[in-house]
Design a protein around this ligand. Structure first.
Ligand SMILES: Nc1ncnc2c1ncn2[C@@H]1O[C@H](COP(=O)(O)OP(=O)(O)OP(=O)(O)O)[C@@H](O)[C@H]1O
Length: 280
């Protein structure tokens, strides 16, 4: 089991009450899963717990069962998870090492620390640059990258570690919608090739809904619902940022004036509106 999360609650050091939980999560077989929630709903704390940050980087009180690849969190040092679990956060510049002179060296940093042979490191650099459409950034100094470029590079660094669990905490916040969809498609193919689970942590309904059949919604650290995109759409849409057109569908469906599936992309939305209303 990649992730086991049963009745987990977490109280950061200095806090009196849990800021997260109780929370239980069952990951479906699909490569992608999304955890939705508004500001301060606990997405980042959960992402950090899943990345194994407790107790080294995230101190506090953890209750319940939280296992990654069958191992209880907190038992082995954080560094032992690095080859299997990678977390990308929303501020890419903070995740660059600050001690390399080119993007190529930055991507090599992790695999070098795994003491991999030079040929393997080069292969991983090339694959990671291809997957993130960043070959043109290869010789750039990391400190000169734009926000969106840095996000691609941080993602490339993570992929070069060949993770089996990739946690993306609003990891596309600096990228255009088009670039985000392009990267998510690449990640889908990475996940299928390398048998990797990808968990997205998002405030926005799109484009995550296109890639994830199942979702969990957090509100003030608590689990509101886990279910299909259609189920969470009906029951928890107020907690998720959705474009106006989806807000209209939500309104229509609460008045029983929408039939069929909830569209998960803009194309599906246009087709659904045509199907249901073009005759009027
Ligand atoms: N180490 C900590 N100690 C105390 N409080 C914390 C700690 N980390 C986070 N919090 C608080 O816990 C709550 C959840 O924070 P978290 O960063 O997980 O939210 P989020 O869902 O990622 O929000 P956003 O979308 O705004 O990034 C917030 O109220 C935050 O201030």
């Amino acid at each position: 089991m990649v992730v086991t999360l049963k009745d987990v609650s977490f109280t950061p050091r200095g806090e009196e009450k849990p800021l997260l939980g109780p929370l239980s999560l069952t990951l479906p077989d699909d490569p992608f899963f999304v955890i939705y929630g508004g500001n301060g709903s606990g997405k980042s704390i959960l992402a950090q717990l899943l990345a194994g940050w407790f107790p080294e980087q995230l101190t506090g009180n953890l209750n319940g069962t939280l296992q990654i690849f069958g191992e209880n969190i907190g038992q082995a040092p954080l560094s032992t998870h690095a080859a299997q679990v990678q977390l990308i956060q929303q501020s890419p510049q903070l995740q660059l090492s600050g001690c390399t002179f080119s993007v190529e060296e930055e991507i090599a940093f992790g695999p070098e620390n795994l003491a991999l042979p030079p040929d393997e490191i080069l292969k991983r650099i090339n694959e990671a640059l291809d997957s993130t459409h960043s070959q043109h950034l290869r010789t750039r100094h990391p400190s000169t990258l734009s926000g969106g470029e840095a996000q691609r590079v941080v993602l490339a660094c993570a992929l070069a570690m060949r993770p089996k669990l990739l946690l993306l905490d609003e990891a596309f916040s600096r990228l255009t919608p088009k670039a985000t969809v392009q990267l998510l498609s690449e990640l889908k193919s990475y996940a299928l090739r390398h048998n990797c689970k990808i968990i997205l942590f998002e405030r926005a309904f799109l484009p995550a809904a296109k890639y994830c059949a199942q979702a969990l919604v957090l509100k003030q650290g608590q689990q509101l619902i886990q279910g299909s995109i259609s189920q969470i759409f009906q029951m928890a849409m107020t907690q998720i940022n959705a474009p106006d057109a989806w807000q209209v569908i939500h309104l229509l469906s609460t008045h029983h004036a929408w039939s069929g599936e909830i569209p998960r992309t803009e194309n599906e939305l246009i087709c659904a509106f045509k199907d249901q209303y073009a005759g009027f």
